[in-house]
Ligand binder design. Structure first.
Ligand code: UDP
Length: 327
């Protein structure tokens, strides 16, 4: 079986990717430092604990498994934290990724799939966000991901590092079988926080700002189901295996929902009220991030199957009620 090195395989998206890879016939080898990931989430292949900053450990793992490709999910990904502690983002995300990319090239591995983000685009009024939109990130999280994209391009030019870059919009939902799900400690994302508020695990949700230039004043995001997202990664891997070369793809549905609309849908799905209050804007948030690209559909044949807000919230709610991980 073909080994794929999955950094961050113990995290939310990485664990779902491991499941999709296993179902597609690959062996996902998780490399994770377990700072934000969970060993319980590693269910679909071998686990190697290690940090991206530890080059010797990375070399050891490349030597042991000789992966055909790397899927790089491991990253710090909170906008708020990135604003207050940018150094953590530049060290962990950028220096860590540089280390991983150097280890990949040194091991002779030529295929790399990278988790980037729509946060690299930043604020663009009335512009359709496609892969050619200028990247003007508003926060250190987006800036760190943009820098890694640049590193990949430079390494591809100098060596051979075929890479697929996926710029994710907002990932939500959980494995419908309940084997893995979203479990961040602390949690900062809208949908899991809202579900916590619904069942009394926190006092209430704070809506970050109602004075944005949107119909209801709250920020608009394009939500994509985690299972659809990881399906795109398997298609991206096939793309690289077929020698189609380096390419950037947005992964979003093209439909945006405001924070208040997400709250409204949650009430409909769970049949419970969402206790919330209005707070100030969160530093670093863009008004609207919605994909305007059809490239992943046209070139990879990617079709999101589960990315309705109802399905994402229903799958997240089922996981929320039944699933969790322990350290
Ligand atoms: N949000 C909110 N309250 C929260 C968490 C998030 O109003 O407690 C808003 C946030 O301002 C953004 C949207 O929900 O407009 C999605 O935020 P999230 O952190 O889930 O993802 P991000 O867009 O930062 O990647």
């Amino acid at each position: 079986m073909t080994n794929i090195l999955v950094t961050g395989g113990a995290g939310y998206i990485g664990s779902h990717a491991c499941k999709a890879l296993k179902l597609a016939g690959y062996t996902p080898v998780t490399y994770d430092n377990l700072i934000t990931g969970w060993q319980d989430a590693v269910k679909f292949g071998p686990f190697e604990q290690g940090d991206l900053l530890d080059r010797a450990r990375l070399d050891e793992v490349f030597d042991k498994y000789k992966p055909a490709a790397v899927m790089h999910f491991a990253a710090l990904s909170q906008v708020g934290e990135a604003m207050s502690e940018p150094g953590k983002y530049w060290t962990n995300n950028v220096t860590g990724s540089l280390n991983l990319i150097e280890a990949t090239v040194a091991a002779g591995c030529e295929n790399f799939v990278f988790s980037s983000t729509c946060a690299t685009y930043g604020e663009h009024d009335n512009v359709v966000l496609d892969e050619d939109t200028p990247q003007l990130p508003l926060n250190a999280y987006g800036a760190s991901k943009r820098a890694i994209e640049d590193i990949l391009r430079d390494f591809d030019a100098a060596h051979v590092l075929n890479h697929v870059i996926f710029r994710y919009f907002n990932v939500a939902g959980a494995d419908p079988d309940g084997e893995v799900g979203e479990f961040h400690r602390p949690e900062t994302h809208l949908i899991p926080l809202m579900l916590d508020a619904i069942d009394g695990k926190r006092d209430g949700l704070t809506v970050f700002g109602t004075d944005y230039d949107t119909p209801d004043g709250t920020c608009i995001r394009d939500y994509v189901h985690v299972c659809d997202l990881v399906d795109a990664h398997v298609l991206g891997l096939n793309w690289l295996e077929h020698g189609k070369g380096s390419r950037v793809f947005n992964l979003g549905t093209g439909t945006g929902f405001s924070v208040m609309e997400v709250i409204g849908h949650s009430k409909a799905v769970t049949n419970r009220d969402v206790p919330y209050s209005i707070g100030p804007r969160r530093a670093g948030d863009c008004t609207k991030l919605v994909s305007g690209s059809v490239r992943a559909g046209a070139e990879l044949g990617w079709t999101p199957k589960s990315s309705t807000l109802e399905t994402m919230i229903a799958d997240a709610w089922r996981w929320h009620q039944n699933g969790h991980y322990e350290k």
